[in-house]
Ligand binder design. Structure first.
Ligand code: HEC
Length: 186
């Protein structure tokens, strides 16, 4: 599988870039990894510093699905989706979503064979991402899937207690689903 657009990155690493004036290009994998690092950081900060602290520790306010009516906090998954929707509105070429093999919301089940394969892979081993290529319509995509782990007690308690969950034995640190990032290939 070729994930690099060019070999320029390798040359840059070897210190040739400055000498030749070549521009280092980012590979699909590096781009997906960088996007995911930002998404994961935002998601973890929101869950730990806002939801887990105010709901589970201080018991000040809850995070609920109908947060407008309830005057509560949006769920971490909703925060994530609002961001993804805003990016989609900007007509950026890439897209991202939060999915699971055991979703509370069935809309978050994998839709392509590669998504299913990737979610299976990160559920079995959440120490490394899954990378693949898939053709949807006429476009070929680089698709990366990262384990979405239970990083705070709030993740586990809310999912295990939710009326629509098909799985009630999530534990802290376990894979609960995956972040899917899809980038069209040139
Ligand atoms: C207060 C409840 C609550 C908390 C806290 C919470 N979730 Fe969720 N989560 C939900 C609900 C409800 C959904 C479905 C949202 C939707 O309609 O898409 C969801 C969606 C998800 C999904 C998409 C698959 C699915 O189940 O529909 C994943 C993966 C996920 N959450 C993982 C996590 C992780 C990891 C954490 C902690 C960082 C977390 N959740 C915290 C309630 C919660």
């Amino acid at each position: 599988m070729t994930t690099r657009k060019t070999v320029v990155t390798a040359l840059a690493m070897a210190g040739f870039a400055a000498a030749t004036g070549a521009h280092a290009q980012v590979s699909y994998k590096e781009m997906a990894d960088a996007m995911h690092a930002v998404m994961e950081a935002d998601r973890t900060v929101y869950t730990r510093m806002v939801v887990n602290r105010l709901q589970n520790e201080e018991k000040v306010i809850k995070a609920t699905e109908h947060f407008k009516d309830d005057k509560s906090l949006p769920l971490p998954a909703q925060m994530f989706r609002f961001g993804a929707e805003m990016v989609a509105e900007k007509k950026m070429p890439f897209s991202y979503s939060l999915q699971s093999l055991w979703p509370i919301n069935k809309q978050n089940l994998p839709k392509t064979a590669l998504e299913k394969k990737g979610l299976d892979a990160v559920a079995k081993d959440n120490t490394k991402p899954f990378y693949g290529e898939e053709t949807l319509g006429k476009t070929k995509y680089f698709t990366a899937i990262y384990a979405d782990k239970a990083i705070a007690p709030a993740c586990v308690s809310c999912h295990n207690d939710h009326k629509d969950t098909p799985k009630k034995d999530f534990k802290l640190g376990q894979t609960m689903g995956g972040v899917v990032i899809r980038i069209p290939m040139k």
